[in-house]
Write a protein that binds this ligand. Structure first.
Ligand code: ATP
Ligand code: MG
Length: 236
């Protein structure tokens, strides 16, 4: 590769995430709900995007698609140059485990595991050693202020504590893409600030692209860019 080619690449980097004309509809009985009507967005590596929009506008639906948990009806999704539309289910799961951390709106902490085991899980599924996963999980639980709860079951934790455990779990594999669905939604302002500090540190590392759903304008203001979902479309 000659110098000129290198410069061309440096000035026009490929987006890390590129969603192109994504549509998604749900059929409930005789009624079809068109939630996403041709959503396109892209994010550079290391960019922090805030996603806003009214309740029911499709934010979680879009995050699930970008997180490769559900598939769009039509449209294309590329992450780090990989076309997810063309990938088998098995390869998609492996890709997700390697690249993506997900903080779900409803946490999805597994009730039969304690908090430490829950946080270790993405690493174990990715084939990392139990020792490494345990060390990293302890570190992350300490960062989110849950060191004193690691052997508790999720049902013994408050909503905010479960949310913080979900954040620690999402970070275990040091994901290149971090998707967070209202990660401070259930937290008091002090705890919420602590969590935002963690996101800020991750952002400063420059290697993680963050897409965060939030209803809070002050949280959205921390991001590099805000986008809004309205009437099934994205507004910049
Ligand atoms: N699995 C599903 N089956 C049928 N309808 C669904 C399904 N998932 C979402 N919807 C519908 O799609 C619309 C968008 O839902 P979604 O959860 O994406 O909204 P949201 O923007 O995340 O809202 P909130 O801010 O309340 O979390 C809603 O009208 C919802 O009822
Ligand atoms: Mg939602």
């Amino acid at each position: 590769m000659n110098e000129e080619t290198v410069n061309i690449h440096a000035s026009t980097p490929e987006p890390f995430v590129s969603a192109q004309m994504i549509t998604k509809s749900f059929q409930i009985g005789p009624t079809r709900i068109d939630v996403l009507k041709g959503v396109s967005l892209s994010a550079k590596r290391g960019e922090w995007l805030a996603l806003t929009g009214a309740s029911g506008s499709g934010k979680t639906t879009l995050l699930d698609i970008i997180g490769t948990i559900s598939r769009p009806n039509t449209g294309r999704l590329l992450i780090d140059g990989t076309d997810l539309s063309a990938l088998s289910q098995r390869k998609t799961v492996a890709f997700r485990r390697k690249k993506i951390g997900f903080v779900f709106q409803a946490y999805h902490i597994l009730p039969e595991l304690n908090i430490l085991e829950n946080v270790m899980l993405p690493g174990l599924l990715d084939g990392k050693s139990a020792r490494l996963c345990r060390e990293r999980a302890r570190e992350l639980l300490d960062q989110v202020g849950l060191s004193h709860r690691i052997l508790h079951r999720p049902n013994e934790l408050s909503g905010g504590e479960q949310q913080r455990a979900a954040i620690a779990r999402a970070l275990l594999n040091a994901p290149e893409l971090l998707l967070a669905d209202e990660p401070t939604g259930n937290l008091d302002s002090v705890t919420g600030k602590g969590i935002l500090d963690i996101f800020r540190t991750i952002h400063e590392s420059g290697r993680t692209t963050i897409l965060m759903v939030t209803h809070d304008r002050t949280v959205a203001a921390l991001a590099d860019r805000s986008i809004e979902l309205r009437d099934g479309l994205i507004f910049h």
